[in-house]
Ligand binder design. Sequence first.
Ligand SMILES: *[C@@H]1O[C@H](CO)[C@@H](O)[C@H](O)[C@H]1NC(C)=O
Ligand SMILES: *[C@@H]1O[C@H](CO)[C@@H](O)[C@H](O)[C@H]1NC(C)=O
Ligand SMILES: *[C@@H]1O[C@H](CO)[C@@H](O)[C@H](O)[C@H]1NC(C)=O
Ligand SMILES: *[C@@H]1O[C@H](CO)[C@@H](O)[C@H](O)[C@H]1NC(C)=O
Ligand SMILES: *[C@@H]1O[C@H](CO)[C@@H](O)[C@H](O)[C@H]1NC(C)=O
Ligand SMILES: *[C@@H]1O[C@H](CO)[C@@H](O)[C@H](O)[C@H]1NC(C)=O
Ligand SMILES: *[C@@H]1O[C@H](CO)[C@@H](O)[C@H](O)[C@H]1NC(C)=O
Ligand SMILES: *[C@@H]1O[C@H](CO)[C@@H](O)[C@H](O)[C@H]1NC(C)=O
Ligand SMILES: *[C@@H]1O[C@H](CO)[C@@H](O)[C@H](O)[C@H]1NC(C)=O
Ligand SMILES: *[C@@H]1O[C@H](CO)[C@@H](O)[C@H](O)[C@H]1NC(C)=O
Length: 878
Amino acid sequence: MQVLGLGLFRLIILVIAFLLVRIGEAETKSFLINCGTNSSVNVDGRRWVGDTAPGNNVTLSSEGIEAYTASFTGDSLYAPLYTTALIFTDSLNYTFEGTNGSYFLRLHFYPFSFENHNVNDSSFAVELNGLKLVSECNVPNEIAHKNSYLQSSGGNSSLSTLVKEFFFNVEGDAIVLEFVPAKESFGFVSAIEIIPVMNKLFVDSVHKVGGNGASSSLNVGKRVIQTMYRLNIGGPTIRPNQDSDLMRTWEMDSSYMVNADAGSEISNNANITFASPNDTSVAPLLVYRTARSMSNTEVMEKRFNMSWKFEVDPDFDYLIRLHFCELVFDMPNQRNFRIYIDNQTAADNFDVFVRAGGMNKAYHQDYFDVLSSNIKMLWIQLGPDTATGSAGTDALLNGLEIFKLSKNGNLAYVENYGNQGSSKRSRTSTIWVSIGAGIASTAVLAALVLLTAFYCKKRRNKQSDTKKNSPGWRPLFLHGAVVNSNANVRGSMGYQNQLGSVARTGRRFTLAEIKAATSNFDDGLVIGVGGFGKVYKGEIDDGTLAAIKRANPQSEQGLKEFETEIEMLSKLRHKHLVCMIGFCDEQSEMILVYEYMANGTLRSHLFGNDLPPLSWKQRIEVCIGAARGLHYLHTGAERGIIHRDVKTTNILLDENFIAKMADFGLSKTGPSLEHTHVSTAVKGSFGYLDPEYFRRQQLTEKSDVYSFGVVLFEVVCARAVINPSLPKDQINLAEWAMRWQRQRSLETILDPNLEGKYSPESLVRFAEIAEKCLADEGKSRPTMGEVLWHLEYVLQVQEAWLRLDAGDESFARSRVLRNLEEREAEEVHEDAGVDDEQDSLDAKTEDDSEATVRETNRAGGVVVGADEFSQLVSQQGR
Ligand SMILES: *[C@@H]1O[C@H](CO)[C@@H](O)[C@H](O)[C@H]1NC(C)=O
Ligand SMILES: *[C@@H]1O[C@H](CO)[C@@H](O)[C@H](O)[C@H]1NC(C)=O
Ligand SMILES: *[C@@H]1O[C@H](CO)[C@@H](O)[C@H](O)[C@H]1NC(C)=O
Ligand SMILES: *[C@@H]1O[C@H](CO)[C@@H](O)[C@H](O)[C@H]1NC(C)=O
Ligand SMILES: *[C@@H]1O[C@H](CO)[C@@H](O)[C@H](O)[C@H]1NC(C)=O
Ligand SMILES: *[C@@H]1O[C@H](CO)[C@@H](O)[C@H](O)[C@H]1NC(C)=O
Ligand SMILES: *[C@@H]1O[C@H](CO)[C@@H](O)[C@H](O)[C@H]1NC(C)=O
Ligand SMILES: *[C@@H]1O[C@H](CO)[C@@H](O)[C@H](O)[C@H]1NC(C)=O
Ligand SMILES: *[C@@H]1O[C@H](CO)[C@@H](O)[C@H](O)[C@H]1NC(C)=O
Ligand SMILES: *[C@@H]1O[C@H](CO)[C@@H](O)[C@H](O)[C@H]1NC(C)=O
């Protein structure tokens, strides 16, 4: 017994020791490499091991040339690192084992010529686990360029070294840094610094510049991030040894200011603390001790912008991080300013005191910006917020970082580079976090497509404007998580464009107007609640009734749907589509204002309410209206639009019971001609979901047709499409109704309210259409045009029957017969419903093939097993 106890004790000790070792390993896994030498040096209080020194935990794939110089002319502290370099004339890998987590990587270069290697002729690329970090790098040129830039804006600095910094996540066990010289050329590296980052430096959800408070998901875990600029605003340079364990350098800002006089430096030696305990690694507190503000006594009227400008690579996405700390005022409302990034408003009424929660609180705010291809200079400006009318028109900034985000995994333009044909190598990478076996192949395929597209684009000499109008396979709307790095970007760009176009066609309401219209969001005015938020009945200024849909500001999903809906509705005008009057995006609100549909949802008139039942004729008319709306969606655009959420709660009725399709939050553009479907995660409402779409996750217009078939049965039977309280075989209306329809006895389960008030022939025809819509395979289902055509016939049959009933027998008979003959002779043609008010649809055609990857990946939360499928209830409106 004692022996056993001792054994167990030993085992526990062993396990603990093992765990400690593991933790120890993870925490100390930094690599400081002095390149081109076997000797190690101490610099900045850290030990840098020679890359050819034994036992240094680095593997080099080949030897390279050890170069050295006696004439280092830069910062003496680092001199020992910069007097040696490793020169390579062929691809060379540095492999660092046992790495897992987040890291900073810094590549240090001090250019000097060695033997017959003239450094002016060097040119090389760097890849990290197959992702391109740097391409065509000529170090002397880059240094000269940066110096001339800094000097041109009044700086006196003269750099002699180049440091490139990257942040990335590795999941796996090795970092492979590959240095690839250009053809007939060579490359070199002076030092390599790899530092683990323990605390979270980046959050995923970031405000978009020009997005009116909307956020964007960065997907930082899957991107490589390059530090472009890091400034200590209004203060001295902060050196690596002053920045705790991350060893960052914070440059002075004056050389980047557009007008150095616009602002004055302030500082405060008080005890500054982080506003959030999570931020301790975001920046050293030193950064917050100094700032630049406009409170320049020489400027009486503080009506100017403090502006900085930075050279950037166009066509990439940037994360701009601003560091703030109120050093002077101990009350709010003393400085309320606007922030402009890339000449767009990033924030207004910005009060650091309020945001940080007091004075001397270190606080930062991130913004996400998508740079279009003509922007080579990024402007960051802080200026007065004239709209607030507050006393404080001063502005303040303590620190600034600009990060470039990788696109499709790369930070450098991808081209055919180097004598190794590196771009042809497999791009499998440990950085791309596993994305699930099922879709891996799609991802690789999409990555290839993207790579090709990107490569071609470069070759086409950046004719990006024409490119944006070229047709391609592109679902319009972006929902949920992304696999590919720049997917969200498209969304945000689209969003800005949409707001532009809505501004032309719809009205931008102020929040005050919306509050007035809804009695400050009075719950008594709520006419609908859904996943998206609440819908209020409101009265806008001139007494016009409106339905005001206010999105839940928390939901990222909601934001996407908000964008989708604005984009959709701003382009679509049709008698049978709900009309959007305007929107409100003030203060992060996502509010849509629609025409008020007095009679609510179709569903509310079928069951579950005390409303008088609709007549059979009304029901047919409503179905025709909805079918017209859908038909217009499918065919009116150059590349049809798939509604994706056809159901009776999305068919609204106006005061005259005219049906209109609503809720385009899930809509997608259809496939282009050369494709037969759009791959996508299954979305929609249970009970209406196309089983084929469900099985294959391929969306076509026929999925809407299926859902519409369910609507038709719902209209006949007037019961919920999923009713879990019924016996098992009756839970799902589609299955239950089809069982009766196949026996040609649908009338058995007919809504009792219709009893005796319908033409049996019309019901037969109606049920046949519904049955066809529910065909198992999409290709066997009719088009909406055909459905519409048949429904119109059903209506005539019913109208004739009604007249017959009223005694006008001969008229009715002759009319129906005549029509029947005409119709049977007529070709079923697609244009049946595209009659009135058809605006041209400027179908978006940016190529966006990564959407495949993204959409399939999102399936996670949506796809349910077949059993759940028929039991889940989702009758709430969206
Ligand atoms: C380092 O390299 C020098 C010359 O390149 C050589 O003389 C010396 O023995 C090497 N030292 C070690 C520890 O390998
Ligand atoms: C190499 O790695 C081992 C284990 O992680 C560590 O103990 C050792 O200090 C490392 N050597 C150097 C030169 O960093
Ligand atoms: C460098 O490593 C990559 C894989 O990480 C490999 O494909 C490549 O061939 C290696 N290059 C050399 C020169 O060993
Ligand atoms: C490299 O170029 C610079 C500037 O063009 C020049 O001053 C320098 O002498 C060149 N170095 C060599 C080794 O050719
Ligand atoms: C640059 O100017 C600043 C003052 O503006 C001065 O403190 C610094 O020493 C100068 N640096 C050089 C390299 O001349
Ligand atoms: C890397 O670390 C993460 C989280 O600490 C862990 O889930 C993952 O399994 C690790 N991967 C490897 C290959 O060790
Ligand atoms: C600064 O404030 C922190 C927390 O308020 C406190 O723990 C620390 O002692 C203070 N330091 C000084 C120098 O006042
Ligand atoms: C700090 O981080 C944790 C975990 O990520 C999070 O739950 C918490 O809300 C954060 N705290 C603040 C003040 O942001
Ligand atoms: C500040 O900069 C923004 C963006 O470039 C510009 O729209 C605005 O007019 C400027 N304001 C002043 C006072 O110069
Ligand atoms: C941004 O604004 C500044 C002046 O406020 C102007 O000089 C610059 O050209 C603008 N940039 C773009 C891309 O419009």
